[in-house]
Design a binder for this molecule. Structure first.
Ligand SMILES: [Zn+2]
Length: 220
């Protein structure tokens, strides 16, 4: 006696009296349609299990073939560097917001680790970093000054508040520092002050090139 598959409708000869689907695949599809959540959970579990297995396998493979893989990568990179750089630039340009968000999240989650690593790197490469910074500053003096001025202008209120808070919190230390600086640079400061006073005296002695009119001057 022939039946029709309850899932796909194909006629089939049942081998058991209670067989309702033509093949295992139809049975599974019907089951999952009726038990969506359970099937989704099983699929996710399978994927997770396979992922762990795959990661483990790849790590082992990489560890066993480290030198060979590094060489292959270097060769590949050298042969395709122009293409790779172009691709990277295109990706960065297209995903700017997404990348920034991801990086911010990463930095927030790994703050301590990053700070530690940065400090260690800085300590190990102090000379090299200072040299590089000096070279950069010398080459970009105008640009840096402009940028700093723009930043100060845009954040005047914020900076003033910040300085106030900082000063209040470090008052004793700052005063001590100022006193120490004055003591250490006494000669230089006195000279500078004398030069300033002399310049002012000279300015006062020099007659004003524009004769002053009594009262205020209308600006045109
Ligand atoms: Zn079927």
């Amino acid at each position: 006696m022939s039946r029709r598959c309850l899932h796909c409708g194909t006629p089939f000869e049942p081998t058991k009296s209670n067989q309702r689907y033509c093949k295992r695949k139809c049975h599974a599809a019907a089951y999952c349609a009726a038990n969506r959540d359970r099937c989704a959970a099983r699929r996710a579990a399978n994927r997770a299990a396979n992922r762990a297995r795959e990661v483990k396998y790849q790590a082992a493979y990489y560890a066993a073939n480290r030198a060979r893989i590094a060489k292959l990568k270097a060769v590949h990179y050298a042969a395709n560097s122009a293409r790779i750089l172009k691709q990277k630039a295109a990706y960065r340009a297209a995903s700017h917001a997404r990348i920034a968000k991801y990086q911010a999240a990463y930095r927030a989650a790994n703050r301590d680790r990053i700070a530690k690593r940065g400090a260690a790197y800085h300590a190990a490469n102090r000379e090299r970093i200072l040299k590089r910074q000096a070279v950069y500053r010398a080459a970009n003096r105008t640009r840096i000054a402009q940028h700093a001025a723009a930043y100060r202008a845009a954040n005047r209120a914020k900076l003033a508040k910040y300085h106030e808070v900082y000063y209040a919190a470090n008052r004793t230390r700052i005063l001590k520092q100022v006193v120490a600086y004055r003591a250490a640079n006494r000669e230089r400061i006195l000279k500078r002050q004398a030069a300033y006073r002399a310049a002012k005296r000279k300015r006062l002695r020099t007659p004003d090139p524009l004769p002053r009119l009594g009262g205020h001057v209308e600006k045109g």
